[in-house]
Design a protein around this ligand. Structure first.
Ligand code: ADP
Ligand code: MG
Length: 728
């Protein structure tokens, strides 16, 4: 009997729900472990407080004397909560978060010690950063990087550590993390959007991009997950036959949440509350043992930090509940994978959501301006948007009839489609008073404050307008949202800068009124961007054909998709918007394709191991049982044995066939890996891993899964899909 699998099953089936109590209201837990404005008011001098607020809101620098005060106050606050260590908390390009803890504790001679934390330690650190991915930016002789405090994201306590969100940059100044380019992109969109918003309201000083992410994940019993080498090593199953029941009955989605999962969620939510992460929604997702967590949206930099933090603490909380969280985009074949919708909008310091329709024709014209500019930005940069969500794991999901395809398009709904159609007919140049009134009353004025299409959502669209925000649905569940959010905010910033120039030029050249000029430019944008609008079924083959006709890209694999990140046009875009220079952008590209190669390489090795060391020996064991059965039959019945042993003989042959396929394909895969590894050029290497190594996975898997169906259940060593997905 296969011991590990059955031990794990026994453990999993016998689990009791871990009891989670709610002693305090969520609202009173909220932000208890965050050095937020309330806490700062208590602990900081007025000067220090104002200086942090000014840094948060206007990006001003905090001077060193004040930084000392802030550090000292943070330390006092942290010590009062039993904290012993501090860390700069950052997001290197591994995609995970990084931390290196230092104790507050310092010796002062004479055998005495104190707790110390100064402005210097708050503001800047030099972690030994040589082992983080850098895409060749840092030479070994200058392997230094430093982390620098980001005062726009508040410090927080996790466990007994004070965590200070920081950026991570090379000594030569290049960004080595996700946060730095994001902050630059947010600044670019702030300036560009505020300039355009001033057409409508002179009081607009600042525009914030908001992000509300929806995190999907699987929750698998820890013993069962740990019994599978593929889940442990690659975060997903590389083989395993589908279980008889999957998601076809739709009985999990929005169903009542299983007790153990609910206890995990409550515990996680409590942690989130303490950390000031405003989680609000929880529910079952489509696949068995798949769930979703979503907070109330926040300013994008903060929301990204919160998502990274959540992904980290989910694993820790899950361990307490004997679960393992799988964030992988496709942990199980045959049932839905996980994504992370990124809900995005722009709002002004005056409290207006620029992507929300308003009450007056003028506010609706403002809405249409931002709405249409966003559509044009996506149209002009669809390939870059696709690149922003590319990863080895997300490739499994995009276009797999459950998630949006690899083709970018924008869904806007019937009502807004009709509005754009009207606007397309606006007269060129000056508008007659009648046309103006007509537009204001009957077109712009008629956009309802609440759009009906809110509810009519097309789930197959990668980028959908949902009433007062755009929802980027193609983002993967393991992604650091900073990557797609940097791209989205950069392209929108660039588009708004261009728009402003064009409107101003038109006002100048043709002596048009502001609103006339805006109508004129928007009309041209609508005509120009039509090809990106799509309201139909994004999963269908017909759309692939149609999209091709329209000239939209359809980059199905990561190596293909990533190339857009270093296309000349895009390098210039990043440079022009001050988001990344050429060195930074190229380094990121290098890191991402290297990561792709490594992921496929690891999967290939693990699959080879499992196929050879688990599946083949098990199949042989079972085949031997059949052989001795047939030999016995022969002894009993002599020449007649075939009459009674026909099925056994068939299975013996079938097993031999699958064993030989597996063996041959694993050999072939190993050879292909060797050849690919010998390539100098990373791009070529990634292409080979994608086109020569990866396709063999399916062939190996097919035979392994067939053997799973043939071999005695008692012998099968790998925990099965039904056990992984239906044990709760
Ligand atoms: P769903 O898409 O699952 O039906 P909702 O659209 O209600 O759910 O909300 C999903 C996420 O979108 C939440 O995180 C919510 O806070 C966020 N959201 C709502 N309004 C906005 C907005 N104006 N800008 C950005 N995010 C928003
Ligand atoms: Mg959504």
């Amino acid at each position: 009997m296969s011991t590990l699998r059955f031990h794990a099953l026994k453990e999993a089936i016998g689990r009791k729900t871990v009891v989670v109590t709610e002693e305090e209201r969520r609202s009173s837990l909220f932000g208890q472990n965050v050095f937020n404005q309330g806490t700062m008011l208590q602990y900081l001098t007025k000067d220090a407080y104002n200086s942090v607020i000014d840094a948060t809101e206007n990006g001003s620098k905090i001077d060193r004397r004040i930084a000392d005060q802030i550090a000292s106050a943070m330390k006092d606050w942290a010590l009062s909560k039993g904290v012993t260590h501090y860390t700069h908390w950052f997001q290197p390009l591994t995609g995970a978060t990084a931390e290196k803890h230092d104790a507050f504790f310092e010796t002062i001679g004479n055998g005495q010690a104190i707790e110390k934390f100064g402005g210097g330690q708050l503001v800047q650190q030099e972690p030994d950063a040589s082992s983080f991915p850098n895409g060749g930016i840092r030479n070994t002789f200058e392997a230094r990087g430093y982390t620098a405090w980001d005062p726009t994201s508040p410090a927080f306590i996790y466990g007994t550590t004070l965590c200070i969100p920081t950026v991570f940059v090379a000594y030569t100044g290049e960004a080595l993390d996700y946060k730095t380019p994001l902050l630059r992109a947010l600044q670019a969109v702030d300036h560009a959007a505020a300039d355009v918003a001033k057409y409508f309201d002179k009081n607009v000083k600042k525009v914030n991009a908001s992000l509300g992410w929806e995190q999907e994940y699987f929750l698998i019993d820890r013993a069962l997950a740990d019994s599978r080498p593929d889940i442990v090593m690659a975060g997903r199953t590389l083989l395993g036959h589908a279980s008889a029941k999957g998601q076809q009955l739709d009985d999990h989605y929005f169903g009542s949440i299983p007790n153990r999962a609910l206890a995990f969620m409550s515990d996680l939510e409590k942690e989130c509350m303490l950390l000031g992460i405003p989680v609000k929604t929880r529910h079952n997702e489509v696949a068995p043992n798949q769930f979703e967590l979503a907070p109330i949206y926040e300013e994008t930099n903060l929301a990204v930090d919160h998502n990274s933090l959540v992904m980290d603490i989910m694993g820790k909380v899950a361990a307490k509940h004997n679960f393992k969280v799988l964030l992988h985009e496709k942990p199980f074949a045959g049932v839905n994978g996980s994504g992370k919708h990124n809900n995005w909008s722009l709002s002004t310091n005056t409290g207006v959501n620029l992507l929300g329709p308003g009450k007056t024709p003028m506010s609706n014209l403002q809405f249409l301006t931002f709405f249409i500019n966003t559509i044009k930005a996506i149209h002009d940069n669809e390939e870059l948007m696709r690149a922003g969500i590319a990863s080895a794991s997300n490739d499994h999901r995009l276009g797999a009839n459950e998630a949006p395809p690899a083709i970018m398009s924008v869904f806007i709904g019937e009502q807004l489609t009709a509005v754009l159609k009207e606007l397309e007919g606006v007269t060129d140049g000056k508008l007659s008073p009648k046309e103006k009134t007509d537009l204001k009353l009957n077109v712009v004025g008629k956009i309802p404050e609440i759009l009906l299409d809110n509810t009519d959502r097309n789930r197959t669209s990668p980028f959908a307008f949902t009433g007062n925000k755009f929802e980027f649905r193609a983002v993967g569940s393991t992604a650091n949202c900073a990557n797609p959010m940097t791209i989205l905010n950069t392209i929108v910033a660039k588009q708004l800068v261009d728009f402003k120039k064009e409107v101003d030029a038109l006002i100048e050249a043709k002596d048009l009124k502001k609103d006339e000029a805006i109508f004129n430019i928007l009309r041209e944008y609508i005509k120009h961007s039509k090809n990106i609008l799509f309201e139909g079924n994004g999963y269908g083959e017909a759309w692939e054909k149609e999209a091709k006709k329209r000239g939209l890209s359809n980059n199905k694999t990561t190596p293909e998709a990533l190339k857009a990140k270093v296309a000349k046009k895009n390098l210039e875009l990043f440079e022009q918007m001050g988001v990344m220079n050429k060195v930074e952008a190229e380094a990121r590209y290098e890191i991402e394709i290297e990561e792709y190669v490594m992921r496929i390489q690891i999967e290939g090795r693990v699959l080879g191991d499992i196929a050879r060391n688990h599946v083949i020996p098990t199949a042989i064991k079972y085949q031997n049982m059949l052989i001795s059965n047939v030999t016995g039959l022969k002894e009993l019945y002599g020449a007649d044995f075939k009459k009674y042993g026909k099925e056994q003989l068939d299975i013996i042959e079938e097993i031999s066939h699958h064993i030989s396929v597996i063996n041959a394909k694993v050999n072939e895969m190993t050879q292909e890996r060797k050849k690919a590894n010998a390539l100098e050029d990373t791009e070529q290497k990634a292409a080979d891993y994608c086109n020569r190594v990866k396709p063999l996975f399916d062939e190996i898997r097919y035979s392994c899964d067939k053997l799973e169906l043939l071999v005695d259940d008692e012998l099968w060593p790998l925990t099965k899909y039904r056990e992984l997905l239906f044990t709760r």
